[in-house]
Design a protein around this ligand. Structure first.
Ligand code: GLN
Length: 488
């Protein structure tokens, strides 16, 4: 299956048509997605129709054809696409058909992209394994007994399995970077406020970012360059010029002059030794390519986990109040209005979502607000300052994405705290609002991908892409594909 850059080249030269490309994706999905379960919804008919339209348009010799014309993409099922269901991996939105399309998706469609389907997610993006989806788990294409990571596990698996060349995900605490790492693909969480959240079903509004997956930094940069930018429909998008990152011109560029910080707090006890080894080797490679490596300190890192697990549930408890059986989705009937609310919410929300709503409601309740939520906000400021301080000395920070490679399905069974620990290296970027890029840097002894993360200054995704691009030009980890022979 082609990468995004390859697909663009082949479509342009006329070697393949969009119809052929979309059909190939659909065939691969129908052959293999029964096992992987990356998709919750695929609209083959609509995709093929749009492919034909794209082919016609390309033949029309129109000058200035949009850059993604006829290219199929997948979209995480927390972003709305008109005409396709949006479930957020939850029974409470089963059958819900949104009447509008998320701005980020609209922009990609305007650039010619074809949304082929919606991908699986932990319910309302709460989780790190896609096991919290009400519609069943997604399997990791590298080993189908393992999770793909989460919550954007469907999108990551769809790219890793070669179902689509690129996909959209969302990242509130690591949900693009961690599944990218587990599935051996490249994934970006942009700066908070860089891309529109209009049409993204809110989880933690001060943390949520729309991110992208692709096979390489170049592919992700292409997608990001199209969907980012200020949106009048989302007041939290920043009024800065949209990022236009073209890595083509960066070919072979050295990393001279770029300073990379290695935070000592991210190489902690408990991290899988092979993860540390591969990430350190990748940092060495970047040094060989000309980057300057320094140790830095992000001293409040240890607070990120408790702070996130107060702020995110607090925001979620407010955001999810709208799902009451009246406004959206199915309704469980009851004697009184109150009955309808409680029965619908009680029956349709899964355990993790219920846990977060209870946690968040508690943290926000009178008497506890200052002790929990107020304290968490103060600690969040300290974490943000750590980054500001580090970025006075370095241009990017390099560290692992997650402490381990992909774990077995069911491994964290009844232990939500063990699951929360998976996010220890990704949460700080969301709390500070800085961008993070994950990409593969090797494999462990079990043949599972190891990911590395680069974090950068606010609005400086370009430096992260430049570093990853130089690394990917010098190495081949991002070219590796799972055999998909059952993966055992
Ligand atoms: N695993 C984290 C959580 O459950 C992050 C999820 C996300 O980024 N959407 O909240």
């Amino acid at each position: 299956m082609f990468s995004l850059t390859e697909a663009q080249t082949l479509l342009k030269s006329g070697e393949i048509s969009s119809r052929e490309l979309v059909s190939a994706c659909l065939e691969r999905i129908s052959a293999l997605d029964g096992t992987i379960h990356a998709f919750l919804h695929v609209d083959a008919e609509r995709a093929l129709k749009q492919a034909e339209k794209a082919d016609k348009r390309r033949k029309s010799k129109e000058s200035d054809l949009p850059s993604l014309l006829g290219i199929p993409l997948a979209v995480k099922d927390v972003l709305t696409v008109e005409g396709m269901p949006c479930t957020c991996g939850s029974k409470i939105l089963e059958g819900y058909l949104p009447p509008f399309t998320a701005t980020v998706v609209k922009k990609l469609q305007a650039a010619g992209a074809i949304v082929i389907g919606k991908t699986n997610t932990d319910e309302f993006a709460m989780g790190s394994s896609t096991e919290n989806s009400a519609y069943g788990v997604t399997r990791n294409p590298w080993d189908i007994d393992r999770v793909p990571g989460g919550s954007s596990g469907g999108s990551a698996a769809a790219v890793a399995a070669g179902f689509v060349p690129a996909a959209l995900g969302t990242d509130t605490g690591g949900s693009v970077r961690q599944p990218a790492s587990f599935c051996g693909v490249t994934g970006l969480k942009p700066t908070y406020g860089r891309a529109s959240r209009y049409g993204l079903v809110a989880y933690g509004s001060s943390l949520d970012c729309v991110g992208a997956f692709g096979r390489s930094a170049a592919d992700v940069a292409t997608v990001f360059s199209i969907y980012n930018g200020r949106d009048p429909l989302d007041a939290t998008t920043q009024d800065v010029p949209a990022a236009q990152i073209s890595l083509e011109t960066e070919a072979g560029s050295s990393l001279k002059g770029i300073r990379i910080g290695v935070p000592k707090e991210y190489f902690i006890a408990g991290i899988q030794p092979e993860v540390e080894e591969k990430v350190r080797a990748a940092i060495q490679k970047m040094s060989d390519l000309g980057a300057e490596i320094r140790e830095v300190s992000l001293p409040h890192t240890e607070y990120a986990l408790p702070v996130y697990y107060l702020i995110a549930p607090a925001e979620a408890s407010a955001n999810l109040a709208r799902f009451d059986g009246v406004r959206y989705g199915p309704r469980v009937s009851g004697e009184t209005m109150w009955d309808v609310f409680t029965k619908t919410r009680g029956e349709k929300f899964g355990d993790e979502v219920t846990r977060r709503i209870m946690l968040g409601t508690y943290a926000l309740s009178a008497g506890y607000y200052d002790a929990f939520y107020g304290q968490a906000q103060k600690a969040r400021t300290l974490i943000k300052r750590d980054f500001e301080q580090a970025f006075r000395e370095v241009d990017a920070v390099a560290c692992p994405v997650a402490p381990t490679t992909a774990f077995k399905i069911g491994a964290h069974g009844d232990d939500p705290l063990a699951m929360y620990l998976e996010d220890v290296f990704t949460l700080p970027a969301n709390l500070a609002g800085v961008p993070g890029l994950a990409f593969p840097v090797g494999f462990d002894a079990a043949g599972l991908p190891v990911g590395m993360q680069l974090m950068g200054k606010h609005f400086n995704e370009a430096t992260l892409f430049r570093l990853a691009r130089a690394y990917q030009q010098a190495t081949e980890w991002h070219m590796m594909k799972p055999t998909m022979d059952g993966g055992r």
